[in-house]
Structures are given as structure tokens and as C-alpha cells.
Design a protein around this ligand. Structure first.
Ligand code: FES
Ligand code: FES
Length: 159
């Protein structure tokens, strides 16, 4: 076991954790934050995505011990801050979340793209989102939602 102290969704959290436990299991089992999911557990599906020091990372490929002294934000923290409100509204409007297993990772990954503040073609959006798998939607609605939010933010910035 090892002791980990991190800033988690803006609050300092200290836990004793198995040194081999990955970050997503730590968040779900030790911190009661179940918004990030465990799918493939080998870095392929993106369901485990969280922010580590502001960058989206695979929680299943990051040890909880590696987050010691770092800042972690989960979908819960990003949602509470309102960071994702327009993306979440657009996902709901376009039925881009069905079972929602992929949605936390999709939203955090999409948020990275729209935060860049530049025009994106559908191909660029597809490429950016391609590390996140969805078993339900067929992806079109997700790409539509991300494209709509990116365009709306760009329009908002220029008006
Ligand atoms: Fe981490 Fe699939 S569970 S990438
Ligand atoms: Fe079910 Fe994406 S909405 S996996």
C-alpha cells in the first residue's frame, strides 16, 4: 500500500491505496466517483478518460500512485463547474448518449477539441474523437453534437 494525496475536483484528497491500482478503479472504488468507466482496461476504448493536470488521459493506464501530488478532474468535477454544459445539452438534444457508458470519456475528449477555439472539419472531429468507442450510437450523433457546439462557440466568440 502507498499513500496518495491529490487535488481531486478541486479538493485535497488523501487515501491509502494499493500501489498497483489504476486511477479509474481508485476513483470509482476509493473516491465514490463512478462517472468514469472501465471498459477495455488496456487503453483502447476511452471510457476511463479523466483529466490529469488538465490533460485528458486514460485512467486505466495511469496508476493512482502516479496521481500523487497532481490535479485530477473527473466528469463529475467538470460537470459541476458547468464546463461541459453546452456539450451535454447538445448530446441530449441529438440523442448522442444512449446507454451512456462512453459518455464521460466522449464529453471530456470533445471538450478538449472545442476548447481549442478553431474551426474543425467533420473529418478532424472524427479523428479527434477516434480514441473513444461507442457501442450504441453509430457515432454520427456524437460528431453532429461536437460540430454544433464547436460552431456555436466560434460564433459566440466572434459576435
Ligand atoms: Fe481505459 Fe478502455 S478502459 S481505454
Ligand atoms: Fe452506449 Fe456510447 S452510448 S456506448
Amino acid at each position: 500500500m502507498t499513500t496518495v494525496t491529490l487535488e481531486l475536483n478541486g479538493k485535497t484528497v488523501t487515501r491509502s491505496v494499493n500501489a498497483r491500482k489504476h486511477l479509474t478503479d481508485f476513483l470509482r472504488e476509493d473516491c465514490e466517483l463512478t462517472g468514469s468507466h472501465v471498459g477495455c482496461e488496456h487503453g483502447v476504448c476511452g471510457a476511463c478518460s479523466v483529466r490529469l493536470n488538465g490533460q485528458v488521459v486514460r485512467g486505466c493506464l495511469t496508476l493512482a500512485a502516479q496521481a500523487d501530488g497532481q490535479s485530477v478532474e473527473t466528469i463529475e468535477g467538470a460537470s459541476d463547474r458547468g464546463d461541459l454544459a453546452d456539450l451535454q445539452a447538445e448530446f441530449i438534444k441529438r440523442n448522442a448518449a444512449q446507454c451512456a457508458f462512453c459518455s464521460s470519456g466522449m464529453l471530456l475528449t470533445a471538450a478538449e477539441l472545442v476548447a481549442a477555439g478553431k474551426p474543425q472539419t467533420r473529418e478532424e472531429i472524427r479523428e479527434h474523437m477516434s480514441g473513444n468507442f461507442c457501442r450504441c450510437t453509430g457515432y454520427h450523433a456524437i460528431i453532429d453534437a461536437v460540430e454544433a457546439v464547436n460552431n456555436a462557440r466560434l460564433q459566440g466568440a466572434s459576435s
